[in-house]
Design a protein around this ligand. Sequence first.
Ligand SMILES: *Cc1c(COP(=O)(O)O)cnc(C)c1O
Length: 427
Amino acid sequence: MEKQYKKETICVQSGWKPKNGEPRILPIIQSTTYKYETSEQMGKLFDLEESGYFYTRLQNPTNDYVAQKICELEGGVAAMLTSSGQAANYYAVFNIAEAGDHVVMSSTVYGGTFNLLTVTMKKMGIDCTVVDPDMSEDQLQKAFRPNTKCVLAETIANPALVVLDIEKFANVAHKNHVPLIVDNTFATPINCNPFLWGADIVTHSTTKYMDGHASCVGGAIVDSGNFDWDLYADKFPGLTTPDDSYHGVTYTKKFGKAAYITKATVQLMRDLGSIQSPQNAFLLNIGLETLPLRMERHCSNAQAVAEYLEQHEKVAWVNYPGLSGNKYHSLAQKYMPKGTSGVISFGLKGGRAAASELMDKLKLAAIVTHVADARTCVLHPASHTHRQMTDEQLVEAGVAPDLIRFSVGIENIEDIIADLEQALAAI
Ligand SMILES: *Cc1c(COP(=O)(O)O)cnc(C)c1O
């Protein structure tokens, strides 16, 4: 077996490993299609009898090398890239839940995921019960139904910064014979590997820290290979009974531990087509090379900003799991001892109006929808990303109307704090 390198090394060296005379850097295979010598060979690919590339909507080598790197970073057995984080969460759930099924989801998930599950997938006949992530196991148990197919939550919720008790969620999910899907976007595999704590599937919006430069939208799904679909075969017929669209292939029988990702690729990607462009995968791969360095800096800068804000007289509250007084500090220490992320939220004594005023006064920190990249940026969720939510839903999602989301970049910490200083002085 090949030596298992540490994460910093995986980030730089894994995925594309050139052989003698091949390009050192991951090539962008900018081709929709692939050539074969015989008609029979091509036929076997379509029957899933042989593996190989035939059309980039299903698979592309550049994408697969990058997926392989992310897979290693998470400690999974198989992974795929998607065109966005939204597509990743959609496919991760839809791969095992269909009309008539039910999903349990944490209330604090990203607004886009909340809409996906409670509005769009509801129209597709999949019901969703929203739960408070701080509930006890007994309370969580009440959300399950005989037709529940999975549980979905985020390691660190965007933007509520609620740290998930992964073991608690995994226990309840497994007691009910369903997998736990964890969106690990904010923590990244550098700060947390949800598989080590019982999660079965991990999703990512690679748009955030993984790319890290705000240059390309993308997503990823990784399977731990730990969930035994055949043990609960009647719950997951899509994986454990023949697929008519491939002449009766049964995914768990033919592909073993790769069953879940193979089905998502050959069925969902084939039919729904949310492939990542190889150009974006190339950029994502470059971003991944520096992910450990950037996460370290994001976390130390965010810690300093949180401590600065906490002692400022105009600041009413600061939420950052790295602060010792934070409600989630001990959970963060357990699951993310190296740090959580660069994202902080806070409110001003002047409330909602002061929040808008402060944002207008910041010079270095830019007002953008984006979060979690190299540049410090700021957003007011109640008036931006979460504006479609009712006040009640906002509170449930852990988003106070005065909440400012501050995404600390990797600039010099003195410049970031000086910017906040001058803006706070001006309001
Ligand atoms: C941004 C985000 C998403 C959606 O990802 P896109 O790449 O924007 O589609 C999903 N989950 C989390 C936690 C996010 O922050």
